[in-house]
Design a protein around this ligand. Structure first.
Ligand code: FES
Length: 102
């Protein structure tokens, strides 16, 4: 996947969450301090919106049934083997760029 500009950095203040669409996929952006994380928005369980989840540290909790996902890797902490896509985030020239990670 090529690097895609998805949002102006100014639109995502520290603590902020934004939903963007990358090649037809809903992606949730989370800004924690100066770090920005990006994972697929759709929960691997039954499609809950992870952008509406509660964030503590590097973990987001799905608002529907409480599965937890690591914002850095997309790995589910609740059910072994479950994941959501995750993206490498870079900031360049005032913009946020995503690239899908393996
Ligand atoms: S849809 Fe996310 S935990 Fe059930």
């Amino acid at each position: 996947m090529t690097r895609t500009r998805v949002l102006d950095l100014a639109a995502l203040p520290p603590g902020g969450v934004e939903l963007v669409v990358v090649r037809g996929m809903d992606v949730a952006l989370f800004r924690r301090g100066e770090e920005i994380f990006a994972i697929g928005n759709e929960c691997a369980h039954k499609g809950g919106n992870l952008c509406d989840g509660r964030v503590e540290g590097d973990i987001v909790t799905c608002p529907l049934h409480g599965w937890e996902f690591d914002l850095r890797s997309g790995v589910c902490m609740t059910i072994p083997g479950e994941t959501v896509p995750h993206f490498t985030v870079t900031v360049d020239d005032g913009g946020i760029y995503l690239e899908e990670s393996a």
